[in-house]
Design a binder for this molecule. Structure first.
Ligand SMILES: [Zn+2]
Length: 375
């Protein structure tokens, strides 16, 4: 009996053994093929087809020499501390018919992302349209800042790198500041030579929010018109700051505005969609897109002065107003509390006007902006 059982077990084992060998003969080649396939996928992602290799690296771009259609480039803007190349993405959509060149830039402050979403949506929207002219879009000007999720050109350890890139334009190729060199390369090889009009897309900085809000220097008649054509909720007639892209463009005779789109570090799809509509309006006025510009439901609120309310001491803050609220002088804006919940100070509106910026974080350091009134 015992012998019979042993024979049966041996027979079963032999059968199992044969099945395992048969299965392996099928599975092993499949596994090897999968591995080879995944290896070739990896190769193509760093090589051509879908990867970076499909986009030409340029250090000088002249869109007048391009064929009609959509083009994507990497603009070479120098090397970082480790010698790695800094490549700025550029998308060009050129119409079959001649016309104006609209330059749209985003991400000169690396924590301000909505403008990148605006450019991506705009380019997708233009895919099937007939253009008379060219759109040059730069979705991510400050590559080191974007990588570090920082407002600043977060480069270099010698202290000269941490600059606000939007204070060093038009830059300088032989500057001692790496940020100014980077700006100079962009300015000379990409920005100033490919624009008839320019819109620089921003958001409010980390910890605060704007609505749809345009800075425009009304001394330039076209820049003033552009501000209204973009149909923001608010416009500031503003002389601009030295070193901004907007100021550099205006000094070069290129009408330009700075367009603030909401809050940093995220995509706000409702604001992105409205900003795209505004840019298309501008393109219609310029004749780049066909059709009549849209008439806004509500006219933009216009002011020329800011009145800022800053935290007198660190703590937590209860805001009594929201973006776009109309306020009158003396109105309660915020209440500050210390860590024990004891009220430290009440903050009142110094001026009558409309709220253009609010703090988005409950906790604020001494000196931080709580609210900003445009009047
Ligand atoms: Zn900004």
């Amino acid at each position: 009996m015992q012998l019979l059982i042993t024979k049966r077990i041996l027979a079963t084992m032999r059968w199992v053994h044969l099945v395992v060998i048969a299965l392996l003969s099928v599975l092993v080649p499949t596994f090897v093929a999968d591995a080879a396939e995944s290896q070739s996928d990896n190769d193509s992602s760093t090589g051509s087809a879908e990867g970076n290799g499909a986009r030409q690296v340029v250090s000088m771009l002249d869109v007048s020499s391009l064929q009609a259609g959509k083009h994507e480039f990497h603009f070479f803007a120098g090397t970082d501390d480790q010698g790695a190349t800094m490549l700025v993405p550029v998308v060009v959509v050129k119409g079959r018919k001649p016309g104006k060149r609209l330059l749209v830039t985003a991400g000169v402050h690396g924590d301000e992302l909505n403008g990148i979403g605006v450019i991506q949506s705009l380019i997708a929207d233009l895919a099937d349209r007939e253009l008379s002219g060219t759109v040059i879009a730069v979705p991510g000007l400050n590559q080191p800042g974007l990588a570090a999720n920082s407002r600043y050109f977060a480069q270099s350890t010698n202290g000269k790198g941490r600059r606000d890139l939007n204070r060093v334009f038009p830059g300088k190729l032989d500057s001692s500041s790496e940020a100014a060199r980077y700006a100079g390369k962009l300015w000379q090889g990409l920005l100033s030579n490919n624009a008839d009009i320019a819109v620089d897309l921003h958001t409010q900085t980390t910890g605060s929010s704007y609505p749809l809000f345009v800075f425009a220097d009304f001394r330039d008649a076209r820049a003033k018109q552009m501000a209204f054509e973009l149909q923001p909720e608010m416009i500031k007639n503003d002389r601009g700051q030295k070193g901004t892209l907007e100021t550099a463009f205006l000094a070069a005779g290129i009408p330009a505005v700075t367009y603030e789109i909401g809050a940093p570090q995220k995509f706000q799809q409702d604001l992105i969609a409205r900003a795209v509509q505004g840019l298309k309006n501008l393109m219609k006025t310029e004749g780049i897109l066909r059709g009549a510009p849209q008439v806004p439901d509500n006219p933009s609120y216009v002011g020329s002065m800011f009145s800022d309310i800053h935290a007198a001491s660190a703590g937590v803050f209860e805001l009594k107003i929201q973006l776009l609220d109309d306020v009158v002088g003396g109105q309660l804006i915020a209440i500050g509390y210390d860590a024990y919940g004891v009220e430290t100070k009440r903050y009142f509106a110094p001026k009558s006007g409309r709220i253009v910026s609010v703090a988005t974080g409950t906790e604020r350091e001494a000196g931080n902006l709580l609210a900003r009134i445009l009047y």
